[in-house]
Design a protein around this ligand. Structure first.
Ligand SMILES: [Cu+2]
Length: 227
C-alpha cells in the first residue's frame, strides 16, 4: 500500500522533474524515494531469506525421515499375502493354547538364504537379539549382521522375510511372548558370534552344532512334546 503510494509520488515527481529541468533528481523527493526503495529491497531480501531457509530446512527434515526409516539396516519386508511361501525356508509362528513358539525352532542356512517368518496363529514378531531393537539387552547376532524385526504380525498368513548374509549364529525372539520364552535360533554357514556359549536370556534353543548337523530342529523334537 505505502509502496504504491510512494511509487506514484516518485513517478509524479519524476514526471515533473523531466518536464521541467531535471532538478528533481537533485532534490529531496529523489532522496526520499531512494531511501524507501532501499528499505523495500531489504525487506524483500529478508523475506526471501526466510522462505529460502524454510525450504532448505524442510528438505533436511524430509531427508532425515527417509534415513530414519532404515536406521537398523533392515532388509526385510512384511507382506499380507502368501507369496513368501515360495521361499525355501519358512519358520511358522504359532500359538497353541498357552504355548507360543517358532517352528522349526532351529534352522540351518547357507549365506544369502532368505527365511519367511509366517504367522500361523496368534500374534507374534520375529525380532533379532541385536542392539537397536526394542527390549534387547544383549546382542546375540554376528557382529556385522543387520538387525531385523518384523514388528508384531496379527493377520493369519502374514509373512516377514529376511535374507541372512553373514555367517554365524542368530538368536531371535517374539516381542509379545518374550517373557514366555518364545525364542529361536538360525545358524548361517557355521556357528559363531556372541550367541555361542550361552542360551538366550528368555528361553532355550537347540545347540548350534545340532542345528548345523540336522539342518532343521522342529519345536516338538526340541521340547520332546508330540505335535
Ligand atoms: Cu509370540
Amino acid at each position: 500500500m505505502s509502496q504504491s503510494i510512494v511509487l506514484l509520488y516518485y513517478k509524479r515527481q519524476r514526471y515533473k522533474a523531466t518536464k521541467n529541468d531535471n532538478s528533481y533528481f537533485l532534490g529531496i523527493g529523489f532522496i526520499l524515494y531512494e531511501i524507501r526503495a532501499w528499505r523495500w529491497a531489504m525487506e524483500r531480501r529478508s523475506l526471501l531469506q526466510i522462505v529460502g531457509t524454510a525450504v532448505a530446512g524442510g528438505v533436511t527434515i524430509l531427508a532425515g525421515c527417509s534415513r530414519s526409516g532404515n536406521e537398523n539396516g533392515d532388509t526385510g519386508s512384511t507382506t499380507d499375502t502368501q507369496e513368501s511361501d515360495r521361499a525355501s525356508n519358512t519358520v511358522q509362528m504359532v500359538t497353541e493354547g498357552d504355548d507360543h513358539y517358532f517352528d522349526p525352532i532351529g534352522l540351518f542356512l547357507e549365506s544369502g538364504d532368505t527365511v519367511a517368518f509366517k504367522l500361523q496363529s496368534g500374534a507374534h514378531s520375529a525380532t533379532a537379539y541385536k542392539g537397536g531393537n526394542r527390549l534387547v539387552s544383549e546382542t546375540r547376532f554376528p557382529e556385522d549382521a543387520s538387525a531385523f524385526t518384523s514388528k508384531t504380525l496379527t493377520k493369519q498368513g502374514a509373512t516377514y522375510t529376511h535374507t541372512f548374509q553373514e555367517p554365524g549364529t542368530y538368536d531371535y525372539f517374539c516381542i509379545p511372548h518374550k517373557s514366555q520364552g518364545m525364542v529361536g535360533r538360525i545358524v548361517v554357514g557355521e556357528p559363531g558370534g556372541p550367541a555361542e556359549g550361552s542360551m538366550p536370556p528368555d528361553g532355550d534353543v537347540p545347540e548350534s552344532q545340532i542345528i548345523a548337523n540336522q539342518g532343521s530342529v522342529s519345536y516338538s523334537d526340541f521340547t520332546g512334546q508330540i505335535r
